[in-house]
Design a protein around this ligand. Structure first.
Ligand SMILES: Nc1ncnc2c1ncn2[C@@H]1O[C@H](COP(=O)(O)OP(=O)(O)OP(=O)(O)O)[C@@H](O)[C@H]1O
Length: 572
């Protein structure tokens, strides 16, 4: 009935649960005393023995009892709130740390939308598990035992019968649990699938509109939404049915208790006071378990989410390199390196060396493995054969923190955030305005932004108020400010206007005088000045050398170069 792993995941929560149970128990004791006082008053009233002094004493005791009860309940709510907050904080932190440890390739293990749904709604649902269900579970054991002891002083038979009925509720919960677990797992799958499609369809809405397939996508999503609705309804039906069974047990049991109290009074085996107490307390007997049943269904939903959360937490971490790089310049050496994605060979026996300060071009047909080379250098993948050395140390042994602050990876998808231009250029607000303007000048954007609000110009989400070229130039200005040792440009000039492309290529060539540059590109005309060009084909390094040398070789590079020249002349 409770998930040990969840408890182990947040051990500190035990204290809050225990404190909450104790507060609820104190409230129950006060309830019992309150009921005894009521029974006392009624008995005296019915037996015509009630006097003013009784009313005053009982009234005073009741005020004290009610104030203690209110305080205990307030404390219980407070502990529940604090415990829930702790659980949410710790679980979200653990998920966040997990994603960080998986690195920038976390989405290969878990989709972003699933992660968002689990860390927001999934963990919220777990709040009910820790704050309501778990304390109620312990309280539901403690409360009937306490009531059993109290009632047994007046009528041991009734106490036993009531006590025997109590396990019927947990039994019905256990019966439902197995079925509910499967159903809730389906519910979460359907929920995250819908979330994935929603996010993807929203992002691709313009593309669907252009291809006039938005109607088709809408129908697909409608179907997924219908599936989600159906499974939600099945969950609700299951919950309602199970609550109805628990109600029958609870009210049936309380009715039985009342009947026992009355019949034992009628055959004079108990006093009027005892009979009244049994009738009133027999309802108390079942309330905690009945409430447990209601919490159980919401908690089950949280438990289903927790299965998914643990699945993410269980993903094997990337090997964390610990070696720190020396201050010396960084050389990169691939030696007989082979790499596979899902057993599909992508790079085959690659060997080359990049000396610090060199300008290297990597070219080749689409899908030949160029970006994979860059990603291996960035440490995104570690399961390669052969070796990849940086300063003569294996890449996977090097601490990312030590390497990544000395290398910059610029792709054709610049990440631009909502905020000011300054926020986008300078995340930590560490540069002076002159430095920021100098970087903007290098990418020919200073005049443009000066006409607007300068560094305070507001940039919309994903840079939607900028052109593709402007976005990439801001990205480049940010990279220039970082003043890294190695710059990797991966198709950084594709998908932008000619003016921006020329500007960026000129900057890269200027940068190549002082930095190590790896330029991955389709456009061979941009790598003619390189110290070495690596030509890739189907995962193999088939040609290498300077432009002039490769042009004399009558190979793939030369062929590609002339093909592109011809195409450019035709377009021009
Ligand atoms: N995450 C991935 N999982 C599985 N296969 C992948 C993954 N990323 C890339 N690939 C495959 O690896 C091969 C090499 O991809 P890579 O991106 O390195 O090629 P590329 O030469 O940079 O291509 P392009 O010039 O089109 O960018 C491709 O066949 C691609 O389908």
């Amino acid at each position: 009935m409770f998930d040990k792993r969840l408890l182990r995941a947040v051990p500190k929560t035990k204290t809050f649960v225990m404190k909450q149970v104790m507060s609820q128990w104190i409230a129950l004791l006060m309830n019992i005393v309150f009921t005894i006082m009521i029974c006392f008053l009624f008995t005296f009233l019915l037996e015509k023995r009630l006097e003013m002094k009784h009313l005053i004493y009982v009234g005073m005791i009741m005020i004290v009892i009610l104030s203690i009860r209110a305080k205990a309940l307030k404390k219980a709510i407070l502990f529940s709130f604090e415990g829930a907050n702790l659980v949410k904080k710790i679980l979200r932190q653990r998920l966040f740390e997990k994603v960080l440890s998986l690195g920038n390739h976390y989405h290969e293990a878990v989709s972003t939308s699933e992660l968002v749904q689990l860390s927001v709604e999934g963990i919220n649902q777990l709040e009910t598990y820790f704050a309501l269900y778990l304390p109620q579970l312990f309280y539901s054991v403690l409360a009937p035992i306490t009531l059993f002891i109290v009632i047994s002083f007046f009528d041991i038979k009734s106490a036993f019968i009531l006590f025997l009925c109590v396990p019927l509720i947990p039994l019905s919960i256990i019966c439902v649990q197995k079925f509910a677990k499967k159903l809730l797992s389906k519910y979460w799958n359907s929920y995250t699938t819908l979330g994935d499609s929603f996010l993807e369809n929203l992002q691709g809405l313009t593309t669907f509109k252009i291809y006039q397939s938005d109607g088709f996508k809408q129908r697909q999503m409608y179907q997924e939404a219908q599936n989600f609705r159906k499974v939600t309804m099945r969950v609700l039906i299951m919950q309602l049915n199970s609550i109805s069974i628990m109600d029958i047990v609870a009210y049936g049991g309380a009715g039985l208790g009342s009947y026992m109290g009355i019949s034992h009074y009628m055959n004079e085996s108990i006093s009027l006071f005892g009979a009244l107490l049994i009738i009133l307390l027999s309802f108390e007997f079942f309330i905690p378990l009945r409430q447990l049943g209601s919490f159980f269904h919401i908690a089950m939903n949280g438990m289903a989410a927790s299965d998914k959360i643990f699945k993410i937490l269980d993903i094997e971490n990337k090997h964390q390199g610990k070696e720190m790089l020396k201050q010396d310049l960084l050389n990169i050496e691939f030696s007989h390196l082979s790499f596979q994605y899902d057993k599909r060979p992508i790079l085959k026996d690659i060997s080359f060396k990049i000396q610090a300060g060199q300008f290297i071009g990597i070219v080749g047909e689409s899908g030949s493995g160029k970006s994979t080379i860059a990603k291996l250098v960035m440490g995104n993948y570690q399961h390669y054969d052969g070796s990849l050395l940086i300063q003569n140390q294996e890449r996977y042994d090097i601490a990312d923190t030590s390497f990544l602050k000395r290398v910059m990876y610029i792709t054709h998808e610049p990440m631009i955030f909502k905020g000011t231009l300054r926020d986008n250029l300078d995340f930590y607000h560490q540069y002076r305005d002159e430095e920021l303007y100098l970087a903007l000048k290098k990418v020919s954007l200073n005049q443009y932004f000066k006409q607007l609000e300068g560094l305070d110009t507001l940039i919309l989400e994903a840079g939607s108020n900028l052109s593709g070229g402007q976005r990439q130039r801001i990205n480049l200005a940010r990279a220039l400010l970082a003043d890294s040792e190695i710059y990797i440009f991966d198709e950084a000039t594709s998908q932008i206007d000619v003016e921006s492309e020329e500007n960026i290529i000129a900057i890269i060539k200027e940068l190549a005088r002082t930095k190590t540059i790896i330029m991955i590109t389709h456009r061979l005309s941009t790598v003619t000045d390189c110290d070495e060009i690596l030509v890739m084909q189907k995962g193999q390094l088939i040609e290498r050398g300077k432009h002039q040398k490769l042009m004399l070789e009558n190979g793939v590079y030369q062929k590609l170069f002339y093909q592109q020249k011809e195409l450019e002349a035709y377009q021009g």
